[in-house]
Design a protein around this ligand. Structure first.
Ligand SMILES: [Zn+2]
Length: 402
């Protein structure tokens, strides 16, 4: 049977790698910026698409630059709640049933909110959308699977005093420490806030992530924070192998204990191995791929985003997703940033199916990985029931359309 975009739109899906700040609706950004007196390069949706949210970017740095506009309107709790609710609604509208929304609370704290209040504000928005969706007749009657979510808090590999009020305060409190030590300390503090939010407010913060500039800012600075996360039963994911070589992925798994890897695009790139102690770079890459496959470390694949930031990738067919599938890695298709990458989960899954000629059975496996390798915030029995409900619904949508 032909897998059409329309069919994918109706299938249950997940998005385990989506940044809140990069997924703000452009119209909402404009409205909030006007109200809060934030300067934008344009105040029309079309203008923002030409000036900020482009189809192509010169580098990862230029891509990440988009976050400064959304960041400026995410300093108030009511704005965060709205942006989070709209993100959940946009996902529900295209059949996505489970999302893990990530953001760096430190970017929005220091003014009106502390770290906990940032987490609370986002949780309010996601929870209200979830509650509304799950009281629909089709969900209550069990005809369709419910919607759920988890929150992933991002530690930052790199930041400056200008990144946010919170970061400015951290730098001034540690004025005599080296910058890399301050990056690490900020991550430890973040884990403390996550643990408190989980225990005292029952906010479903399911994991810690490490985001931001990769080259020159190794995962080692954040080992203490990841150890603390581990001791508190937090899951761990790391942006790695996006803008730096395969060793970055290896370090994320071995030094930080990553359960999942964001992007991992450099995984097969032997030429990018820069560690002088590695004598046979091709062998190193092969060992790394086997290591990842054996441990079932899941790769959060973001096709459009990678095409926009990795200048080595000329055609989608060249994306290492093909090799990841051939090597039987556990992969899940994600958006990264719905607005910055101008995409949706349906678009991303369709791109994967269309460019890599996936069969229905491969699509089913890929979908199941999304649900199975999620950091679902409830107990394991409930997780299994939820996966079954979603995958039964997958079968039903397919059989109804034959
Ligand atoms: Zn990302």
């Amino acid at each position: 049977m032909k897998i059409t975009r329309e069919l994918i739109g109706r299938l249950p899906k997940t998005d385990l790698h989506v940044h809140l700040g990069g997924s703000i609706r452009p119209a909402t950004l404009i409205e909030l910026a006007r109200r809060d007196g934030v300067e934008l390069p344009s105040y029309t949706v079309q203008g923002l698409k030409e000036e900020v949210f482009k189809t192509e970017y010169g580098s990862l740095e230029e891509y990440l630059d988009c976050f400064k506009y959304s960041g400026a309107v995410m300093q108030k709790p009511e704005n965060l709640t709205r942006i989070a609710r709209e993100l959940a609604e946009d996902n529900m509208a295209e059949g996505v049933r489970y999302i893990e929304v990530r953001f760096a609370p430190q970017r929005y704290a220091g003014g009106e909110m502390n770290l906990s209040q940032v987490l609370e504000a986002v949780n309010r928005g996601l929870s209200s959308a979830k509650q509304e969706f799950n009281t629909r007749e089709a969900v209550v009657s069990g005809k369709e699977p419910s919607f759920d979510f988890g929150i992933i808090a991002c530690a930052m590999r790199y930041f400056t005093e200008g990144s946010s009020l919170y970061f400015r305060n951290i730098f001034s409190a540690h004025a005599h420490s080296r910058a890399d030590r301050v990056f690490g300390l900020a991550s430890v503090e973040l884990v403390g806030a996550i643990v408190k939010a989980r225990q005292e407010k029952e906010i479903p913060v399911v994991a810690i992530d490490l985001a931001g500039r990769e080259k020159g800012f190794p995962p080692l600075h954040h080992r203490e924070a990841y150890m603390l996360a581990r001791r508190n039963f937090l899951n761990k994911t790391v942006h790695a192998g996006e803008a730096y070589g395969p060793e970055s992925i290896f370090q994320a798994i071995t030094e930080l204990g990553a359960d999942r890897i964001g992007h991992g695009t450099s995984m097969f790139n032997a030429e990018a191995v820069s560690d002088p102690s590695v004598k046979d770079r091709q062998r190193y890459v092969e060992d790394l791929v086997r290591f990842i496959a054996d441990r079932r470390v899941t790769v959060e694949v973001c096709l459009s985003s990678n095409m926009q930031t990795d200048s080595r990738l000329k055609r989608l067919e060249d994306h290492p997703f093909r090799l990841m599938m051939e090597n039987r890695l556990s992969c899940t298709i994600c958006t990264d940033n719905r607005t910055v990458s101008r995409t949706t989960v349906t678009d991303e899954v369709f791109k994967a199916v269309d460019s890599f000629h996936l069969t229905l059975s491969q699509l089913k496996n890929l979908t199941a990985y999304g649900f199975k390798r999620s950091f679902y915030p409830h107990n394991y029995s409930r997780k299994r029931e939820y996966i079954k409900m979603c995958m039964d619904y997958f079968e039903k949508v397919i059989s109804d359309s034959v």
